[in-house]
Design a protein around this ligand. Sequence first.
Ligand code: HEM
Length: 450
Amino acid sequence: MVSSLLASISISELLLASVIFCLVFWVTRSSHQRVPKGLKSPPGPWAWPLFDGYSLAFNPDSGEVWAVRRKLAQNALNTFSVSSSPSSSSCYLEEHVNKEVKHLIQKFQELMEGVGCFDPYRHIVASVANVISAMCFSQRYEDHKNPEFTTLINASHEFVESATSGNPVDFFPILRYIPNPQLQRFKEFNQRFLKFLQNTIREHHKAFDENNIQDITGALYKHSQDKAFGNTSSSVPEMLIINLINDIFGAGFDTVTTAISWSLMYLVTNPKVQKKIQQELDTVIGRDRWPLLSDRPQLPFMEAFILEIFRHTSFVPFTIPHSTTRATTLNNFYIPKGTCVFVNQWQTNHDPKLWEDPSVFRPERFLSADGTVNKALSEKVILFGLGKRRCIGETIARWEVFLFLAILLHQIEFSVPSGVKVDMTPTYGLTMKHPRCEHFQARPRFSRKG
Ligand code: HEM
Protein backbone atom coordinates (compact mmCIF):
# COMPACT_ATOMS: atom_id res chain seq x y z
CA MET A 1 0.00 0.00 0.00
CA VAL A 2 2.86 2.36 0.93
CA SER A 3 4.68 1.52 -2.32
CA SER A 4 1.55 2.23 -4.39
CA LEU A 5 1.14 5.55 -2.54
CA LEU A 6 4.78 6.49 -3.22
CA ALA A 7 4.37 5.52 -6.83
CA SER A 8 1.41 7.89 -7.15
CA ILE A 9 3.54 10.91 -5.94
CA SER A 10 5.55 12.57 -8.64
CA ILE A 11 9.18 13.72 -8.17
CA SER A 12 8.11 17.38 -8.44
CA GLU A 13 5.48 16.89 -5.71
CA LEU A 14 8.10 15.29 -3.50
CA LEU A 15 10.49 18.19 -4.12
CA LEU A 16 7.76 20.74 -3.37
CA ALA A 17 6.90 18.98 -0.09
CA SER A 18 10.62 18.97 0.90
CA VAL A 19 10.96 22.69 0.15
CA ILE A 20 7.85 23.50 2.26
CA PHE A 21 9.18 21.36 5.11
CA CYS A 22 12.58 23.12 5.03
CA LEU A 23 10.89 26.53 4.89
CA VAL A 24 8.71 25.81 7.95
CA PHE A 25 11.75 24.43 9.77
CA TRP A 26 13.84 27.51 8.92
CA VAL A 27 11.05 29.97 9.94
CA THR A 28 10.60 28.08 13.21
CA ARG A 29 14.32 28.07 13.97
CA SER A 30 14.86 31.73 13.10
CA SER A 31 11.76 32.93 15.01
CA HIS A 32 12.94 31.02 18.06
CA GLN A 33 14.95 33.27 20.37
CA ARG A 34 18.51 32.05 20.87
CA VAL A 35 19.20 30.56 24.30
CA PRO A 36 22.19 32.39 25.84
CA LYS A 37 25.31 30.36 26.58
CA GLY A 38 25.17 28.44 29.88
CA LEU A 39 21.37 28.43 29.99
CA LYS A 40 18.85 25.91 28.68
CA SER A 41 15.30 25.96 27.36
CA PRO A 42 12.69 24.80 29.86
CA PRO A 43 11.35 21.30 29.24
CA GLY A 44 8.08 21.29 27.33
CA PRO A 45 6.55 21.03 23.88
CA TRP A 46 8.43 22.40 20.88
CA ALA A 47 7.30 25.94 20.06
CA TRP A 48 5.55 26.52 16.74
CA PRO A 49 6.00 29.89 15.00
CA LEU A 50 2.33 30.77 15.87
CA PHE A 51 2.90 32.10 19.38
CA ASP A 52 2.41 35.76 19.89
CA GLY A 53 2.50 35.64 23.66
CA TYR A 54 -1.06 36.97 23.99
CA SER A 55 -3.23 34.77 26.08
CA LEU A 56 -6.90 34.40 25.40
CA ALA A 57 -7.75 35.08 29.01
CA PHE A 58 -8.15 38.62 30.24
CA ASN A 59 -5.83 41.53 29.49
CA PRO A 60 -2.33 41.40 28.03
CA ASP A 61 -1.69 45.03 29.06
CA SER A 62 0.40 45.69 32.17
CA GLY A 63 1.38 49.30 31.53
CA GLU A 64 0.52 52.59 33.19
CA VAL A 65 -3.15 52.78 32.17
CA TRP A 66 -3.71 49.24 33.41
CA ALA A 67 -2.02 50.09 36.75
CA VAL A 68 -4.28 53.14 37.25
CA ARG A 69 -7.38 51.09 36.53
CA ARG A 70 -6.31 48.31 38.85
CA LYS A 71 -5.79 50.84 41.63
CA LEU A 72 -9.18 52.38 40.96
CA ALA A 73 -10.89 48.98 41.07
CA GLN A 74 -9.01 48.07 44.25
CA ASN A 75 -9.99 51.32 46.01
CA ALA A 76 -13.65 51.01 45.02
CA LEU A 77 -13.63 47.37 46.09
CA ASN A 78 -12.13 48.09 49.50
CA THR A 79 -14.43 51.06 50.15
CA PHE A 80 -17.55 48.95 49.65
CA SER A 81 -16.40 45.77 51.33
CA VAL A 82 -14.00 46.02 54.26
CA SER A 83 -14.59 49.71 55.15
CA SER A 84 -17.21 50.57 57.79
CA SER A 85 -20.76 50.93 56.61
CA PRO A 86 -22.33 54.26 57.67
CA SER A 87 -25.60 52.47 58.50
CA SER A 88 -24.16 50.09 61.11
CA SER A 89 -21.16 49.37 63.33
CA SER A 90 -19.86 46.67 60.96
CA CYS A 91 -18.41 46.85 57.44
CA TYR A 92 -20.36 46.42 54.18
CA LEU A 93 -19.05 42.89 53.70
CA GLU A 94 -20.17 41.79 57.16
CA GLU A 95 -23.63 43.29 56.60
CA HIS A 96 -24.09 41.56 53.24
CA VAL A 97 -22.75 38.18 54.40
CA ASN A 98 -24.96 38.23 57.51
CA LYS A 99 -28.02 38.86 55.41
CA GLU A 100 -27.17 36.10 52.92
CA VAL A 101 -26.25 33.45 55.52
CA LYS A 102 -29.60 34.08 57.23
CA HIS A 103 -31.36 33.30 53.93
CA LEU A 104 -29.11 30.31 53.34
CA ILE A 105 -29.82 28.78 56.75
CA GLN A 106 -33.54 29.32 56.23
CA LYS A 107 -33.30 27.64 52.80
CA PHE A 108 -31.45 24.62 54.24
CA GLN A 109 -34.11 24.27 56.95
CA GLU A 110 -36.94 24.40 54.40
CA LEU A 111 -35.20 21.74 52.33
CA MET A 112 -34.77 19.54 55.39
CA GLU A 113 -38.43 19.93 56.32
CA GLY A 114 -39.36 19.11 52.70
CA VAL A 115 -37.29 16.43 50.97
CA GLY A 116 -34.99 15.82 53.95
CA CYS A 117 -31.70 16.20 52.08
CA PHE A 118 -30.24 18.58 49.49
CA ASP A 119 -27.34 19.60 47.27
CA PRO A 120 -26.01 22.83 48.86
CA TYR A 121 -24.05 23.99 45.80
CA ARG A 122 -26.60 26.08 43.89
CA HIS A 123 -27.77 27.77 47.10
CA ILE A 124 -24.20 28.75 47.98
CA VAL A 125 -23.70 30.10 44.43
CA ALA A 126 -26.78 32.31 44.82
CA SER A 127 -25.72 33.58 48.28
CA VAL A 128 -22.17 34.45 47.24
CA ALA A 129 -23.36 36.04 43.98
CA ASN A 130 -25.77 38.16 46.02
CA VAL A 131 -22.91 39.36 48.28
CA ILE A 132 -20.80 40.52 45.34
CA SER A 133 -23.85 41.95 43.62
CA ALA A 134 -24.72 43.98 46.76
CA MET A 135 -21.15 45.35 46.80
CA CYS A 136 -21.16 46.09 43.05
CA PHE A 137 -24.65 47.54 42.55
CA SER A 138 -26.60 47.37 45.83
CA GLN A 139 -28.84 44.64 44.54
CA ARG A 140 -29.85 41.16 45.70
CA TYR A 141 -31.71 38.69 43.54
CA GLU A 142 -34.37 36.15 44.44
CA ASP A 143 -34.39 32.95 42.39
CA HIS A 144 -37.95 33.27 41.23
CA LYS A 145 -37.85 37.04 40.59
CA ASN A 146 -34.84 37.12 38.31
CA PRO A 147 -34.49 33.97 36.21
CA GLU A 148 -31.84 35.58 33.97
CA PHE A 149 -29.48 36.16 36.88
CA THR A 150 -30.06 32.62 38.17
CA THR A 151 -29.42 31.09 34.75
CA LEU A 152 -26.22 33.08 34.33
CA ILE A 153 -24.67 32.29 37.69
CA ASN A 154 -25.55 28.63 37.31
CA ALA A 155 -23.83 28.60 33.91
CA SER A 156 -20.62 30.10 35.26
CA HIS A 157 -18.96 26.66 35.17
CA GLU A 158 -18.79 27.13 31.38
CA PHE A 159 -16.43 30.03 31.98
CA VAL A 160 -14.11 28.28 34.42
CA GLU A 161 -13.98 25.06 32.38
CA SER A 162 -12.72 26.97 29.33
CA ALA A 163 -10.62 29.71 30.94
CA THR A 164 -8.15 27.28 32.35
CA SER A 165 -4.45 26.83 31.83
CA GLY A 166 -3.50 24.21 29.31
CA ASN A 167 -6.21 25.43 26.95
CA PRO A 168 -4.60 24.89 23.51
CA VAL A 169 -5.92 28.31 22.39
CA ASP A 170 -3.54 29.97 24.86
CA PHE A 171 -0.59 28.36 23.12
CA PHE A 172 -1.85 28.47 19.52
CA PRO A 173 -3.92 31.68 19.24
CA ILE A 174 -4.67 30.79 15.62
CA LEU A 175 -6.94 28.03 16.95
CA ARG A 176 -9.48 30.66 17.93
CA TYR A 177 -10.44 30.86 14.24
CA ILE A 178 -11.14 27.12 14.01
CA PRO A 179 -14.64 25.95 15.05
CA ASN A 180 -14.46 24.87 18.69
CA PRO A 181 -17.71 24.23 20.62
CA GLN A 182 -16.07 24.81 24.04
CA LEU A 183 -14.58 28.14 22.93
CA GLN A 184 -17.93 29.07 21.41
CA ARG A 185 -19.72 28.40 24.73
CA PHE A 186 -17.05 30.46 26.53
CA LYS A 187 -17.57 33.41 24.17
CA GLU A 188 -21.37 33.15 24.38
CA PHE A 189 -21.28 33.03 28.17
CA ASN A 190 -19.06 36.14 28.27
CA GLN A 191 -21.33 38.01 25.88
CA ARG A 192 -24.48 37.14 27.85
CA PHE A 193 -22.84 38.09 31.12
CA LEU A 194 -21.54 41.40 29.75
CA LYS A 195 -24.99 42.21 28.34
CA PHE A 196 -26.56 41.46 31.71
CA LEU A 197 -24.03 43.72 33.48
CA GLN A 198 -24.47 46.43 30.87
CA ASN A 199 -28.25 46.55 31.47
CA THR A 200 -27.87 46.43 35.25
CA ILE A 201 -25.21 49.16 35.27
CA ARG A 202 -27.17 51.42 32.88
CA GLU A 203 -30.26 51.03 35.04
CA HIS A 204 -28.16 51.83 38.10
CA HIS A 205 -26.74 54.96 36.45
CA LYS A 206 -30.21 56.49 36.16
CA ALA A 207 -30.26 56.88 39.96
CA PHE A 208 -26.63 58.04 40.19
CA ASP A 209 -26.08 60.75 42.80
CA GLU A 210 -22.44 61.69 43.26
CA ASN A 211 -23.12 62.89 46.81
CA ASN A 212 -24.56 59.55 47.85
CA ILE A 213 -22.31 56.75 46.59
CA GLN A 214 -23.50 53.37 47.82
CA ASP A 215 -21.51 50.79 45.87
CA ILE A 216 -18.59 49.98 43.57
CA THR A 217 -20.44 50.97 40.37
CA GLY A 218 -21.27 54.36 41.90
CA ALA A 219 -17.65 54.86 42.98
CA LEU A 220 -16.39 53.99 39.48
CA TYR A 221 -18.87 56.40 37.87
CA LYS A 222 -17.72 59.13 40.21
CA HIS A 223 -14.10 58.56 39.25
CA SER A 224 -14.73 57.92 35.57
CA GLN A 225 -14.24 61.56 34.73
CA ASP A 226 -10.81 61.65 36.41
CA LYS A 227 -7.89 62.09 34.06
CA ALA A 228 -6.20 59.29 35.97
CA PHE A 229 -8.80 56.92 34.61
CA GLY A 230 -6.89 57.12 31.38
CA ASN A 231 -9.70 58.12 29.03
CA THR A 232 -10.43 60.95 26.72
CA SER A 233 -13.53 59.85 24.83
CA SER A 234 -16.75 60.28 26.79
CA SER A 235 -18.20 57.00 25.55
CA VAL A 236 -15.30 54.90 26.81
CA PRO A 237 -15.78 55.11 30.59
CA GLU A 238 -19.06 53.20 30.60
CA MET A 239 -17.52 50.26 28.74
CA LEU A 240 -14.57 50.37 31.11
CA ILE A 241 -16.82 50.39 34.15
CA ILE A 242 -18.77 47.44 32.76
CA ASN A 243 -15.53 45.56 32.17
CA LEU A 244 -14.11 46.37 35.60
CA ILE A 245 -17.33 45.21 37.24
CA ASN A 246 -17.20 42.11 35.04
CA ASP A 247 -13.68 41.37 36.34
CA ILE A 248 -14.61 41.95 39.97
CA PHE A 249 -17.87 40.03 39.71
CA GLY A 250 -16.42 37.15 37.71
CA ALA A 251 -13.30 36.77 39.85
CA GLY A 252 -15.09 37.31 43.14
CA PHE A 253 -18.02 34.97 43.13
CA ASP A 254 -17.01 31.67 41.56
CA THR A 255 -13.82 31.46 43.66
CA VAL A 256 -15.54 32.17 46.97
CA THR A 257 -18.40 29.79 46.11
CA THR A 258 -15.88 27.06 45.33
CA ALA A 259 -14.01 27.63 48.62
CA ILE A 260 -17.21 27.40 50.69
CA SER A 261 -18.66 24.40 48.86
CA TRP A 262 -15.37 22.44 49.07
CA SER A 263 -15.30 23.27 52.80
CA LEU A 264 -18.73 21.68 53.29
CA MET A 265 -17.57 18.56 51.43
CA TYR A 266 -14.54 18.22 53.74
CA LEU A 267 -16.69 18.85 56.82
CA VAL A 268 -19.11 16.01 56.10
CA THR A 269 -16.26 13.64 55.28
CA ASN A 270 -14.25 14.72 58.37
CA PRO A 271 -16.89 14.93 61.14
CA LYS A 272 -14.21 15.14 63.88
CA VAL A 273 -12.83 18.31 62.30
CA GLN A 274 -16.33 19.75 62.17
CA LYS A 275 -16.84 18.96 65.89
CA LYS A 276 -13.55 20.62 66.77
CA ILE A 277 -14.47 23.82 64.91
CA GLN A 278 -17.85 23.88 66.63
CA GLN A 279 -16.28 23.38 70.07
CA GLU A 280 -13.99 26.34 69.38
CA LEU A 281 -16.96 28.46 68.25
CA ASP A 282 -18.94 27.54 71.37
CA THR A 283 -16.01 28.34 73.68
CA VAL A 284 -15.08 31.67 72.08
CA ILE A 285 -18.50 32.97 71.01
CA GLY A 286 -20.99 31.06 73.11
CA ARG A 287 -24.55 30.60 71.98
CA ASP A 288 -26.06 34.04 72.58
CA ARG A 289 -24.76 35.80 69.50
CA TRP A 290 -23.57 35.11 65.95
CA PRO A 291 -19.86 35.10 64.99
CA LEU A 292 -18.41 38.42 63.81
CA LEU A 293 -15.46 39.24 61.57
CA SER A 294 -13.69 40.60 64.64
CA ASP A 295 -13.75 37.08 66.19
CA ARG A 296 -11.37 35.77 63.53
CA PRO A 297 -8.09 36.16 65.48
CA GLN A 298 -9.62 34.23 68.40
CA LEU A 299 -10.55 31.23 66.23
CA PRO A 300 -7.20 29.64 65.24
CA PHE A 301 -8.60 26.20 64.49
CA MET A 302 -11.16 27.65 62.08
CA GLU A 303 -8.30 29.59 60.45
CA ALA A 304 -6.18 26.43 60.21
CA PHE A 305 -9.12 24.58 58.62
CA ILE A 306 -9.52 27.26 55.91
CA LEU A 307 -5.77 27.29 55.21
CA GLU A 308 -5.78 23.51 54.86
CA ILE A 309 -8.80 23.70 52.50
CA PHE A 310 -6.88 26.23 50.35
CA ARG A 311 -3.73 24.09 50.39
CA HIS A 312 -5.21 20.62 50.03
CA THR A 313 -7.78 21.43 47.32
CA SER A 314 -5.62 24.07 45.59
CA PHE A 315 -8.87 24.70 43.77
CA VAL A 316 -7.24 27.40 41.61
CA PRO A 317 -4.45 25.05 40.46
CA PHE A 318 -2.84 27.56 38.08
CA THR A 319 -3.07 31.33 37.94
CA ILE A 320 -4.55 32.94 34.85
CA PRO A 321 -2.13 32.89 31.92
CA HIS A 322 0.46 35.66 31.71
CA SER A 323 3.00 36.64 29.13
CA THR A 324 6.62 37.52 29.98
CA THR A 325 7.27 41.22 29.26
CA ARG A 326 11.02 40.61 28.82
CA ALA A 327 13.41 37.69 28.51
CA THR A 328 14.34 36.24 31.87
CA THR A 329 15.92 33.20 33.55
CA LEU A 330 14.56 30.84 36.17
CA ASN A 331 16.60 28.03 37.74
CA ASN A 332 19.04 28.20 34.84
CA PHE A 333 16.24 27.97 32.26
CA TYR A 334 15.96 30.70 29.65
CA ILE A 335 12.40 32.12 29.24
CA PRO A 336 12.15 34.35 26.15
CA LYS A 337 10.07 37.54 26.04
CA GLY A 338 6.42 36.90 25.13
CA THR A 339 6.24 33.38 26.58
CA CYS A 340 2.91 32.26 28.01
CA VAL A 341 3.52 31.44 31.71
CA PHE A 342 1.45 30.36 34.72
CA VAL A 343 2.16 29.91 38.42
CA ASN A 344 1.58 26.25 39.32
CA GLN A 345 -0.09 26.80 42.69
CA TRP A 346 -1.10 23.15 43.11
CA GLN A 347 2.52 21.99 42.87
CA THR A 348 3.73 24.48 45.50
CA ASN A 349 0.91 23.52 47.85
CA HIS A 350 1.81 19.82 47.50
CA ASP A 351 5.58 20.09 47.39
CA PRO A 352 6.98 17.40 49.74
CA LYS A 353 9.96 19.71 50.44
CA LEU A 354 7.57 22.23 52.02
CA TRP A 355 4.84 20.01 53.46
CA GLU A 356 4.90 16.88 55.55
CA ASP A 357 2.48 14.27 54.06
CA PRO A 358 1.18 16.79 51.49
CA SER A 359 -1.69 14.56 50.37
CA VAL A 360 -3.09 14.22 53.92
CA PHE A 361 -5.84 16.65 55.00
CA ARG A 362 -4.74 17.87 58.45
CA PRO A 363 -5.68 21.42 59.60
CA GLU A 364 -3.56 20.95 62.77
CA ARG A 365 -0.40 21.27 60.63
CA PHE A 366 -0.94 25.07 60.73
CA LEU A 367 -1.08 25.28 64.53
CA SER A 368 1.97 25.98 66.70
CA ALA A 369 2.48 24.25 70.03
CA ASP A 370 0.72 27.13 71.84
CA GLY A 371 -2.40 26.68 69.66
CA THR A 372 -1.90 29.84 67.56
CA VAL A 373 -1.62 29.85 63.75
CA ASN A 374 1.93 29.29 62.48
CA LYS A 375 2.23 32.49 60.41
CA ALA A 376 5.36 31.47 58.51
CA LEU A 377 3.76 28.21 57.36
CA SER A 378 0.44 29.86 56.51
CA GLU A 379 2.28 32.21 54.13
CA LYS A 380 3.57 29.23 52.16
CA VAL A 381 0.06 28.45 50.90
CA ILE A 382 -0.32 29.99 47.45
CA LEU A 383 -3.83 30.41 46.06
CA PHE A 384 -4.13 34.09 45.12
CA GLY A 385 -1.28 34.30 42.60
CA LEU A 386 2.01 36.15 42.95
CA GLY A 387 3.51 39.42 41.77
CA LYS A 388 1.85 42.49 40.36
CA ARG A 389 -1.13 40.65 38.87
CA ARG A 390 -2.00 38.85 42.09
CA CYS A 391 -5.60 38.83 43.26
CA ILE A 392 -6.96 42.20 44.40
CA GLY A 393 -9.76 40.55 46.38
CA GLU A 394 -7.61 38.41 48.67
CA THR A 395 -8.52 40.17 51.93
CA ILE A 396 -12.21 40.23 51.06
CA ALA A 397 -12.10 36.56 50.05
CA ARG A 398 -10.42 35.43 53.30
CA TRP A 399 -12.88 37.44 55.42
CA GLU A 400 -15.89 36.32 53.41
CA VAL A 401 -15.04 32.61 53.49
CA PHE A 402 -14.35 32.88 57.23
CA LEU A 403 -17.64 34.62 58.04
CA PHE A 404 -19.82 32.33 55.88
CA LEU A 405 -18.30 29.23 57.46
CA ALA A 406 -18.20 30.58 61.02
CA ILE A 407 -21.91 31.47 61.00
CA LEU A 408 -22.96 28.30 59.17
CA LEU A 409 -21.03 26.02 61.53
CA HIS A 410 -22.09 27.96 64.62
CA GLN A 411 -25.72 27.38 63.65
CA ILE A 412 -25.77 24.08 61.78
CA GLU A 413 -24.30 20.61 61.91
CA PHE A 414 -23.78 19.20 58.43
CA SER A 415 -23.73 15.49 57.63
CA VAL A 416 -24.52 12.87 55.01
CA PRO A 417 -26.43 9.68 55.92
CA SER A 418 -24.16 6.83 56.98
CA GLY A 419 -23.28 4.59 54.06
CA VAL A 420 -23.32 7.46 51.51
CA LYS A 421 -20.01 7.63 49.71
CA VAL A 422 -18.98 11.23 48.98
CA ASP A 423 -16.99 11.53 45.76
CA MET A 424 -14.19 14.09 46.21
CA THR A 425 -12.61 13.75 42.74
CA PRO A 426 -12.03 17.28 41.40
CA THR A 427 -12.86 18.34 37.85
CA TYR A 428 -10.00 20.26 36.28
CA GLY A 429 -10.67 23.92 35.43
CA LEU A 430 -9.64 27.48 36.28
CA THR A 431 -11.34 26.66 39.58
CA MET A 432 -11.55 22.93 40.28
CA LYS A 433 -15.01 21.74 41.30
CA HIS A 434 -16.09 18.73 43.34
CA PRO A 435 -18.82 16.39 42.09
CA ARG A 436 -22.27 17.49 43.26
CA CYS A 437 -23.60 15.70 46.33
CA GLU A 438 -27.35 15.76 46.92
CA HIS A 439 -27.28 13.88 50.23
CA PHE A 440 -26.44 16.78 52.54
CA GLN A 441 -28.36 17.08 55.77
CA ALA A 442 -28.44 20.15 58.04
CA ARG A 443 -29.42 19.96 61.70
CA PRO A 444 -29.83 23.20 63.69
CA ARG A 445 -27.45 23.15 66.67
CA PHE A 446 -29.70 25.33 68.85
CA SER A 447 -32.55 27.81 68.54
CA ARG A 448 -31.59 30.79 66.40
CA LYS A 449 -31.01 34.22 67.92
CA GLY A 450 -29.05 36.07 65.18
C1 HEM B 1 -10.88 32.32 47.63
C2 HEM B 1 -11.16 33.26 46.75
C3 HEM B 1 -10.24 33.76 45.66
C4 HEM B 1 -9.15 33.15 45.08
C5 HEM B 1 -8.57 31.78 45.41
C6 HEM B 1 -8.63 34.05 44.07
C7 HEM B 1 -7.53 33.80 43.30
C8 HEM B 1 -7.10 34.63 42.28
C9 HEM B 1 -6.01 34.31 41.38
C10 HEM B 1 -5.17 33.05 41.43
C11 HEM B 1 -5.89 35.35 40.53
C12 HEM B 1 -4.91 35.45 39.36
C13 HEM B 1 -3.57 35.90 39.82
C14 HEM B 1 -2.57 35.73 38.73
O1 HEM B 1 -2.91 35.29 37.64
O2 HEM B 1 -1.40 36.02 38.98
C15 HEM B 1 -6.90 36.33 40.86
C16 HEM B 1 -7.07 37.53 40.20
C17 HEM B 1 -8.06 38.43 40.48
N1 HEM B 1 -8.96 38.36 41.51
FE1 HEM B 1 -9.11 36.84 42.86
N2 HEM B 1 -9.41 35.19 44.05
C18 HEM B 1 -10.39 35.06 45.01
C19 HEM B 1 -11.37 35.99 45.32
C20 HEM B 1 -11.50 37.21 44.73
C21 HEM B 1 -12.48 38.22 45.11
C22 HEM B 1 -13.48 38.06 46.28
C23 HEM B 1 -12.34 39.27 44.25
C24 HEM B 1 -13.11 40.56 44.18
C25 HEM B 1 -14.18 40.84 44.87
C26 HEM B 1 -11.26 38.94 43.34
C27 HEM B 1 -10.82 39.76 42.32
C28 HEM B 1 -9.78 39.47 41.47
C29 HEM B 1 -9.38 40.30 40.32
C30 HEM B 1 -10.06 41.61 39.90
C31 HEM B 1 -8.31 39.66 39.71
C32 HEM B 1 -7.51 40.14 38.48
C33 HEM B 1 -6.31 40.96 38.94
C34 HEM B 1 -5.45 41.44 37.76
O3 HEM B 1 -5.52 40.86 36.68
O4 HEM B 1 -4.72 42.41 37.93
N3 HEM B 1 -10.78 37.69 43.66
N4 HEM B 1 -7.62 35.88 41.94
